[in-house]
Write a protein that binds this ligand. Structure first.
Ligand code: ARG
Length: 400
């Protein structure tokens, strides 16, 4: 044998074929690593399958808490949404998988790691670049990028090698899911004129089937991290799951995004991300209350940069760490409660409070109790308008 390789293993067709292919093509001993960051159906079944298709060792790691605490919540604090739409579910999971792959390779004394990504997506970049950052000595193999088999040929290969073909392969879609979201692409979705068929959605009800009455939810944040629901402390993973369930029931969290991939392709992806949509919106609403205009504006720019870095596979970089430090600093007073109303696909912020709120009733009110100094306004306007008057005098407006 030429050595050991640790393969990131989902239990699906491609990574199962990869186990055998790595043995045949490179004469490697394959150790599989399955990372559970949400919605992995049956870890033990996946482990058994890995062994059955020829892995010498099959490892599984429950990384759900790690995922939410170290990747998802930092992204909430950063308000990280790619191109204004995609909450980065898949993209946030990749650096964690990379970290665990690298750790496992070290423990198992493997000099190689492998993954099932193809050559057209973002994930190959995220994993290859991530490994290069954490463990440049490791060689990365991407069988599905090398083997040049079509879907049909892959199935034939599986049949010829006695590799069980999952029933889900009947689905024409390519799906990736974790606690933060579910991405669906391929099949009829590749025509941007096609409305997404209802049966692709699993986490969100269609509007015809959502409850006739709204649900209210109070989300409590401490320094930008969601910690309570309706006043009760809830652990990170359970919190995301609870918001997910309630929002999904009310049809919230469907996203239809024509996104710009890192490899230059525009792709149409449908997401279901009920928890992400609600938590990100609530977090922003709290920031509106406690950050100044200037802080909010600058933070919005940082959010765009941060989201791009995560999307583009640059998690393990100095610039991402620097932005995260800035974000952390902005969150020191982002503590308070946001009330959302969930109804017919909409998440509406209907209440906000914080001990650090900059909203001052006595300044804002038009009723009695007003303390705003009305007599100061004309002087302020006089100074504010000074450069405008100067310019208008010296540089008259061109004729229309
Ligand atoms: N396009 C998204 C990304 O690059 C999600 C990919 C999800 N994968 C899938 N097979 N639907 O992060």
């Amino acid at each position: 044998m030429a050595g050991k390789v640790v393969l990131a293993y989902s239990g699906g067709l491609d990574t199962s074929v990869a186990v055998r292919w790595l043995q045949e093509k490179y004469n490697l001993e394959v150790i599989t690593l399955t990372v559970d960051i949400g919605n992995v159906p049956d870890l033990e079944a996946i482990r058994q399958k890995a062994l059955k298709v020829g892995a010498i060792k099959a490892l599984v790691i429950d990384a759900k808490e790690n995922f939410i605490k170290s990747y998802v919540f930092p992204a909430v604090r950063a308000d990280a949404v790619y191109e204004g739409q995609y909450p980065l579910s898949t993209a946030l999971g990749r650096p964690l998988i990379v970290r665990l792959l690298v750790e496992t390779a070290k423990k198992e004394k493997a000099r190689m790691v492998a993954h099932g990504c193809t050559s057209k997506g973002n994930d190959q970049v995220r994993i290859d670049v991530g490994v290069a950052a954490l463990a440049p000595e490791l060689k990365v193999i991407a069988p599905a990028r090398e083997w040049k088999m079509t879907r049909e040929q892959t199935i034939k290969y599986a049949q010829a090698h006695n590799i069980p073909i999952p029933v889900t392969r009947a689905s024409p879609y390519s799906i990736d899911e974790n606690l933060w979201g579910r991405g669906i692409e391929c099949g009829v979705l590749e025509d941007t004129w096609n409305e997404p068929p209802d049966d692709i959605f699993l986490w969100t009800r269609s509007l015809e089937k959502t409850p006739a009455r709204p649900a209210y939810l109070d989300i409590g944040f401490e320094r930008g991290i969601p910690v309570t629901l309706n006043g009760r402390k809830v652990e990170p993973v359970a919190l995301v799951q609870k918001v997910h369930e309630l929002a999904g029931r009310h049809g919230i969290g469907r996203i239809d995004h024509v996104e710009n991939r890192l490899v230059g392709i525009k792709s149409r992806e449908i997401y279901e991300a009920p928890a992400a949509v609600v938590l990100l919106k609530a977090h922003l609403a709290l920031e509106d209350l406690v950050l100044t205009k200037e802080q909010l504006r600058f933070k919005a720019r940082v959010a765009t940069e941060y989201a791009d870095l995560v999307y583009n596979g640059l998690w393990f970089t100095g610039v991402r760490q620097d932005l995260a430090a800035y974000v952390a600093s902005t969150q020191r007073y982002v503590t308070g409660t946001i009330r959302v109303k969930l109804f017919k696909g909409n998440c509406q912020v209907v209440g906000r409070k914080s001990p650090y709120s900059l909203y001052d009733y006595s300044l804002a009110t038009y009723d009695k109790g007003d303390v705003f100094d009305h007599s100061a306004s004309p002087g302020f306007i006089h100074i504010w308008g000074l450069p405008v008057r100067t310019q208008a005098r010296v540089q008259p407006e061109p004729p229309e």
